[in-house]
Design a protein around this ligand. Structure first.
Ligand code: PLP
Length: 436
């Protein structure tokens, strides 16, 4: 445990106490509630580094929970946003950045003809479901336990990792039970369950993360995505692929490019705008026609704020022009190999899941790819992972609080070396405390 005299986080503690007086829990997303020893207050970020208010420096792998694929403060993005500020922010009308952003996005994702832009992944997922209902005349939504599609009532069901599958139960007090009653939950990678759900009728769409990234990092099994798509076709349902995490992260064309299959509707957010609020629903011109005619509603005061769209254009431009993905993948593989080797050296069961690109998941359990949610639950020692992450933070390395790591274009070999050295210390301390 940390010594009581550890002053390393004192200013963060004071800032947190101050916020707690006027902000519920001292944070503005419940995901941030459980920082140890206190939710950190970050003073600034640059490249792959973060500085907290106590002047501790971290090599950042949380990447703002995904968006910072170019690192913090990327000069091209900052310059584009700064320039955009001079024309104003929000006009209750269109701005001259929107067409360029849409053309750029559609130019790299061949399965998309037309888009709508919003502010968050959550609302774009809900728009996708609405379009699917309008297009099919069906109402129910098939989705998967352990996947996440935002925090709002109609989709926020059964995220928890439990040994037994559960029905579609609401996950928070205050949630409308009826709003989620159209959801049918299946286990990830179980095609029979998807078939059964679709056969039960009235299904508007199957909604999934193409790689389960919100509970471990679990790829689709061979032929699974194709199987789901064929079942959708057979039952007149649409296939919605939520690339909020994987989009522009697993590569320029995301998971759909990686697996060579595309859905009817695709959702992108996080990595498209370097931390500015921008999210996209992309599909065929035909499926968006109802929205375009004003029959299917999609609205939002802040949609396409000038600075967000400018950030989006600049981010996509850098990703397209520099293609950082092979280098990100190489650095991620160095981390994977290094962690596995360090685990062996310290005689702890540190396993790393990686499917290419800059995403990896550390866990304590048997090595090898996880095939299902229950597989992951049985092979991820939560308390041990939490302790490892806490020790890593003390040694200046900050992945997400669930052990998912985002390697960005701002990381380099030196930072990977430093990360592995920090992991070496952390695992040494972890092994010693396990013995003690
Ligand atoms: C796969 C997926 N979909 C949707 C969302 C919701 O996105 P947002 O937080 O932008 O509303 C998330 C958020 O982490 C996500 O991981």
């Amino acid at each position: 445990m940390r010594p009581a005299t550890d002053l390393r986080y004192d200013t963060s503690r004071a800032e947190h106490a101050r916020r707690q007086q006027v902000i519920a829990g001292g944070v503005n997303s419940n995901v941030r509630l459980h920082g140890t020893p206190v939710p950190l207050t970050i003073a600034r970020g640059d490249g792959a580094l973060l500085w907290d208010v106590d002047d501790n420096v971290y090599i950042d792998y949380a990447a703002g929970m995904g968006p910072m694929v170019l690192g913090h403060n990327h000069p091209a993005v900052t310059a584009a946003v700064q320039q955009s500020l001079s024309v104003g922010q929000l006009f209750a009308g269109q701005n001259r950045f929107e067409a360029e952003f849409a053309e750029t996005l559609v130019g790299v994702l061949p399965w998309i003809e037309s888009i709508r832009i919003g502010m968050s992944g959550t609302e774009m997922d809900l728009l996708g479901v609405r379009i699917a209902r309008a297009a099919t005349g069906h109402h129910r939504v098939v989705r998967f336990t352990g996947h996440y599609h935002g925090w709002l009532d109609p989709l926020f069901v059964n995220m928890a990792v439990t040994p037994e599958p559960m029905g579609p139960v609401p996950l928070t007090p205050g949630q409308s039970v009826s709003a989620a009653s159209d959801v049918l939950l299946c286990e990830w990678n179980d095609l029979t369950q998807v078939a059964q759900a679709l056969e039960s009728g009235d299904v508007a769409c199957v909604l999934m993360e193409p790689v389960m990234c919100n509970t471990g990092l679990i790829p689709p099994s061979v032929g699974y995505l194709e199987g789901v798509k064929a079942l959708c076709r057979q039952h007149g349902a649409l296939f919605i692929i939520d690339e909020v995490i994987t989009g522009f992260r697993l590569g320029l064309t995301g998971a759909q490019g990686l697996y060579g299959i595309h859905g009817d509707i695709s959702i992108y957010a996080k990595a498209i705008a370097s931390g500015f609020p921008l999210a996209v629903l992309g599909t065929s011109t035909e499926l968006l026609a109802g929205v375009g005619r004003g029959e299917v509603n999609h609205s939002g005061t802040y949609n396409t704020g000038v600075s967000s769209v400018a950030a989006g254009i600049a981010t996509l431009r850098v990703l397209i022009d520099t293609d950082p993905y092979p280098e990100i993948d190489r650095l991620a593989r160095r981390l994977v190999d290094g962690f596995v080797q360090l685990g062996r050296q310290h005689d702890v069961e540190l396993a790393v899941d990686h499917i290419g690109g800059g995403l990896l998941q550390t866990r304590f359990g048997k090595p090898g790819p996880m095939g299902s949610r229950t597989d992951f639950a049985a092979n991820s020692d939560g308390p041990m992972l939490a302790r490892f992450l806490e020790l890593l933070q003390d040694h200046g390395v900050r992945p997400t609080s669930r052990g998912l790591w985002f390697v960005s274009a701002a990381h380099d070999d030196d930072l990977i070396d430093r990360t592995l050295a920090a992991a070496d210390h952390a695992l040494g301390e972890l092994a010693a405390s396990n013995e003690g």
